[in-house]
Design a protein around this ligand. Structure first.
Ligand SMILES: *Cc1c(COP(=O)(O)O)cnc(C)c1O
Length: 387
């Protein structure tokens, strides 16, 4: 038994695919300590710099004093606290939906919402570059699983028109996690309305960052307001919101269906209420601290400007995810390693996570990066360019 596992691990190692974890000794910020060394990090999803915010830490402590540290039970037994309830109300209001439902993680939210809404007689249509959790969810639902080329709405329409199914669900990232580009939301909604399909939108990277007051991708100019009734919106609370968890927002019938039948909601312990208590502060800060999004926009502009004369091109992205296209996997690893030797963390993303020949450095920016930080990254990249 063990010889077989060891052999598989050895093959993985040989292909250069073995992954390792680094041990962080500091809290999450643009400057972090890993294995005892200091780094300037461009590798976190803490886009607004809230993960380590003093007001959030104070709220988490207050939450612990009010509710203790553990929820003690699942939401449908007696783990559903006033903090969870208030947060759901705040998130529904903030995102413009009648109801919202908290899940423990984004992974579990996607598993729960897709499997509760789709079954054997149904069809799920998915963008090829969707997050792994949406793909896993579609497979687990046992629905027909039909993938379409990235953001290719003509291909999607052709599939929606020909596939026979009781219920049709289109699922898509709103902001694609390895590209940083934004789905054509308005046109997706129109297409789904025309074919009587549901649209499930995963806004893990847009919530808090995009749209008026950081209300998410649906609040981008020209996106989708007022929300279509066939829209089911999901976002995570461990990225820009700086804490942990996720939520789904939709019409009351959808949310009630999830409460009754989403297995990853029902058969799990509720997240600690102290996190929901802290997230109430987070939602308030997201709405009011416009300067964080302005700082992000400035950082994005400075990076683009700084890399204009680089031999490598940034993919077209207006989000904090700024992938620098390298192409060759070995070269991408060389540059990532070279940056690391200079105390800068930028992960190299290689196939199979991205298509063959499109290895990249995934630079993620935060509102807490200073102009000097961006300048340091730009200089280091210029030094690592082949002469
Ligand atoms: C991070 C992410 C998730 C998973 O969210 P977690 O809360 O980390 O489990 C789901 N979808 C997308 C697009 C993500 O980027």
């Amino acid at each position: 038994m063990f010889a077989d596992l060891a052999e598989q691990l050895r093959i993985r190692e040989q292909k250069g695919l073995r992954r390792t974890r680094q041990i962080a000794d500091s809290s999450q910020a643009s400057h972090i300590t890993i294995d005892g060394c200091d780094y300037l990090a461009f590798s976190s999803n803490d886009y607004l710099g809230l993960a380590n915010h003093p007001e959030l830490i104070a709220s988490a402590c207050d939450g612990a004093r009010l509710y203790g540290v553990g929820a003690g039970a699942s939401h449908l037994i007696n783990g559903h606290s006033a903090a969870h309830h208030d947060l759901e109300t705040a998130l529904a209001t903030f995102t413009g939906f009648p109801r919202a439902l908290l899940f423990s993680t984004g992974y579990m939210a996607n598993i729960g919402m897709v499997t509760a809404l789709a079954g054997r007689e149904d069809a799920v249509f998915a963008d090829k570059l969707n997050h792994a959790s949406l793909n896993d969810a579609a497979l687990l639902s046992r629905a027909q699983f039909i993938r379409y080329p990235h953001c290719d709405l003509a291909a999607l329409e052709q599939r929606l028109a020909t596939v026979q199914a009781r219920r049709k669900l289109v699922i898509s990232d709103a902001v694609f996690s390895m590209e940083g580009d934004i789905a054509p939301i308005r046109r997706l909604i129109e297409l789904c309305e025309r074919y009587h399909a549901w649209l499930l939108l995963d806004d893990a990277h847009g919530f808090g960052v995009l749209g008026e007051q950081g209300r998410g991708s649906l609040f981008l100019p020209g996106s989708a307001h007022p929300h279509s009734p066939s829209l089911v919106y999901m976002a995570t609370l461990g990225k820009a919101a700086g804490v942990f968890g996720a939520f789904v927002a939709a019409q009351p019938e959808v949310i009630e269906t999830l409460v009754q039948s989403a297995r990853s909601y029902i058969y799990t312990t509720a997240t600690p209420p102290l996190l929901a208590h802290a997230l109430l502060t987070s939602v308030r800060l997201i709405g009011q601290d416009e300067w964080r999004r302005e700082a992000l926009r400035r950082n994005i502009a400075q990076l683009k400007q700084g890399l204009q004369s680089s031999p490598w091109k940034l993919l077209p992205s207006v989000t904090p995810i700024q992938p620098l296209l390298i192409g060759d996997s070995v070269e991408a690893v060389r540059i990532s390693q070279g940056l690391r030797e200079q105390g800068i963390l930028v992960p190299a993303i290689r196939p199979p996570t991205v298509p063959q020949g499109t290895a990249r450095l995934r630079i993620s920016l935060s509102a807490t990066h200073q102009p000097d930080d961006i300048q340091r990254l730009v200089r280091a990249l210029h030094d690592l360019a082949p002469s």
